[in-house]
Design a protein around this ligand. Structure first.
Ligand code: WTA
Length: 664
């Protein structure tokens, strides 16, 4: 039979999938969802009983959701590392593979059992303690995708230290900001890692970041370095730098380290993410609620069963890697694949080769990866046996129906449901998604809210005092959330006012997501992308304000405005409009210099794809840059700039002038 391959088809889950699924119908889901909204304490109290607590909670929830005040499992004591390891071993999973590490060189492959993981975590926790790390201290993990990264995360969690994982693609300057922002005294890194056949020296970047920190008065006391690349020349600062392998092997380091009973609301990690204003913010996640939410979403959304092999391709430097590669997977006693490098090395079939080799059953990736692999041709997928796959997932940005169909047909062979999971760093875990056995899928829709989540689509507020108005069916609006769930962030580290201002003032009484969305007649949600000044490049969240400030720190630049524009593979890319100092001429050399400058200030992910030199910004009469005009021009849709928009400009002729110089 020809596979169905149509955008407007409802893709029902195959019967054999439904038969084995936890939730088998929309009616069954509706009943549970309603209970989770009507009586969240009963619902989340029950879910939390699946985990180990040193001391039970006194109250499941206390708070005022609409102003960002949330406390879950009040008075309860637990430890997430204990739940990820000791509790699994107690259930007989000691010999099961916890982490399956696949290096870029194919032969560099290692399985680490739950028992081995526990020993490594305890030993590393003892190393951290030896160097003075205590409960509440922050530790920076600037590490590539290697098995020692989850070891370091769980070691922190075991002793109550707060980890901040920094994505390996960030520059020394960006790393400095995160070290200073979290006030960490200890950094864990690797001497380097493999990327497309080349060895990348990450230790150098960490060294530079430490020097930059010193300039601002913060001293990193210790840097623990994993010797991941063999025979690789690694610079060494005596007294500060410590070898991971050597420290782990010391005879005074014990295999045993008791897990500290943590208050449910004690911090677990800080994850920096971009917002629409200022520097990246340190999203603060805590122990108990995050743990219950990671566990529950992983179980139901990936419909996890004991013999599954889970492969999430997201870097652990982002929230998806935290919640699903590490915590969600291990809390469920799963085997989680960690892959060091890119999908296209040595050839564009690396993901499929890994699925085949490790018999992956659940595969979770980003639309940008699907689009880039789709472009290489389906023959790369067809070379491999993907018959073990039973479920696919998508995350990070809206998935366009073409990519969805290709993923469904060539990777899933029409037999695997696709969970299109919408969420964000702030949420801790997936918020809108299909439950794969429970209802049919529409390509491009994330479908329905997870338990405890109540999304509402509100019309933009016409004035300060206006009441919230819900958008109608198929009407676009601002996606807000109206009910408490345990995984929500508890604040922005060190900036309490910014937390309230960022999320609770746009639509008072609601959590504002920053995304546009609509809901169709079946109740399915369609996420339409960011409506604030955040751009989603290949699933990486970048605030345009950050890139503007990086550009403005270059001596030739007077003013910069950065917007997103649609990109066929990356989803979106950055378009920068730059005004130069009078005496400076905008040429190709300078353009390249500005790209290099943003790479240095932030990292390669933030370098603008296009830079246009202009003489004046289109501003309104009160002097504010009208970004909507710039967005339209960048997207090649100057014709779509209506008279109403032009009339708001102080100098309407600029539209034509800027459009003529548009970089195609
Ligand atoms: C976008 C990543 C559409 C969205 C987990 C959100 C999505 C931002 C989806 C958060 C999806 C994520 N469909 N858009 N399935 N998943 N997004 O914090 O704009 O890195 O606000 O979290 O990514 O990005 P973040």
């Amino acid at each position: 039979m020809e596979p169905i391959n149509k955008i407007d088809h409802l893709y029902a889950p195959p019967q054999d999938f439904v038969d084995q699924a936890y939730i088998k119908s929309r009616a069954e889901y509706e009943k549970m969802w309603k209970q989770s909204i009507d009586d969240p304490e009963a619902f989340w109290g029950e879910m939390a009983k699946n985990l180990h607590w040193f001391k039970p909670w006194l109250k499941v929830y206390r708070g005022d959701f609409g102003i960002g005040d949330n406390e879950w499992y009040v008075g309860g004591k637990t430890n997430i590392a204990y739940n990820c390891l000791d509790a699994q071993i107690a259930q007989g999973k000691g010999d099961k593979t916890a982490i399956l590490f696949q290096g870029e060189p194919d032969e560099d492959c290692r399985s680490i059992s739950y028992r081995e993981m526990l020993t490594a975590v305890c030993r590393f926790a003892n190393v951290l303690k030896k160097y003075g790390v205590q409960k509440g201290d922050r530790v920076i993990l600037y590490m590539p995708m290697i098995w020692q990264l989850p070891v370091a995360m769980l070691a922190c969690a075991r002793i109550g230290a707060v980890h901040t994982v920094v994505f390996g693609g960030f520059s020394a300057e960006a790393l400095r900001d995160r070290i200073i922002g979290s006030g960490a005294k200890l950094v864990v890194t690797a001497n380097g890692y493999w990327r497309s056949g080349k060895q990348v020296n990450s230790k150098n970047i960490a060294d530079t970041a430490c020097i930059l920190c010193q300039e601002q008065g913060l001293t990193v006391d210790h840097m623990i370095v994993v010797n991941h690349l063999k025979d690789f020349d690694t610079p060494w600062t005596l007294g500060r730098d410590l070898s991971f392998e050597k420290e782990m092997a010391e005879t005074d380091i014990s295999d045993v380290c008791p897990a500290v009973p943590m208050d449910a609301e004690d911090p677990l990690f800080i994850m920096f993410t971009s917002g629409s204003t200022g520097k990246p913010k340190g999203t603060l996640h805590i122990t108990g609620g995050y743990m219950v939410y990671a566990y529950t979403t992983f179980k139901y959304i990936f419909d996890y069963k004991d013999n599954d092999i889970f492969f999430c391709t997201a870097d652990i430097g982002w929230i998806t890697g935290h919640t699903y590669t590490v915590y969600g997977a291990l809390l469920n006693g799963a085997t989680s694949v960690i892959y060091e490098s890119v999908p296209t090395y040595p050839e564009p079939d690396r993901f499929w080769q890994i699925v085949d080799k490790h018999k992956v059953t659940i595969f979770y990736t980003a639309p940008t990866a699907i689009r880039s692999l789709m472009k290489k041709g389906s023959e790369w997928v067809e070379k491999h046996d993907l018959s073990t796959l039973r479920l696919l997932g998508s995350v990070g940005e809206p998935i366009n129906p073409e990519a969805w169909l290709w993923y469904h047909q060539y990777v899933g062979h029409g037999r695997c449901p696709i969970v299109d999971t919408w969420w964000q760093t702030e949420g801790g875990g997936i918020l809108i998604t299909a439950l794969p056995g429970a209802w049919g899928l529409k390509p491009g829709s994330a479908t329905l809210p997870f338990f405890g989540v109540k999304p509402v689509i509100l019309k933009p507020r016409p004035s300060e005092n206006a009441d919230p108005i819900e958008a109608g069916i198929d009407e676009e609006g601002e996606l807000c959330l109206a009910s408490p769930w345990p995984g929500i962030m508890r604040g922005i580290y060190g900036e309490p006012e910014r937390f309230f201002m960022n999320y609770y003032t746009q639509q008072p009484g609601f959590y504002f997501t920053g995304d546009g969305a609509k809901k169709d007649a079946d109740g399915y949600f369609w996420i339409l992308g960011r409506i604030d000044d955040v751009v989603n490049i290949s699933g990486h969240r970048i605030g345009t304000a950050e890139v503007e400030s990086a550009l403005c720190s270059h001596p030739a630049v007077i003013e910069a405005a950065v917007v997103g524009y649609p990109h066929p593979i990356k989803g979106e890319d950055l378009y920068a409009y730059v005004i130069l100092s009078k005496e400076i001429e905008g040429n190709e050399t300078l353009r390249q210099e500005l790209v290099a400058h943003t790479r240095k200030e932030i990292g390669p992910i933030a370098s603008p794809g296009k830079i246009q030199f202009i003489h004046e910004m289109p501003k309104n009469r009160s002097g504010k840059i009208v970004r909507r005009v710039l967005r339209k021009i960048a997207a090649g849709d100057a014709a779509g700039i209506g008279d109403a928009m032009i009339n708001t400009l102080a100098e309407p002729h600029l539209v034509e002038e800027i459009n003529q110089g548009r970089i195609v």
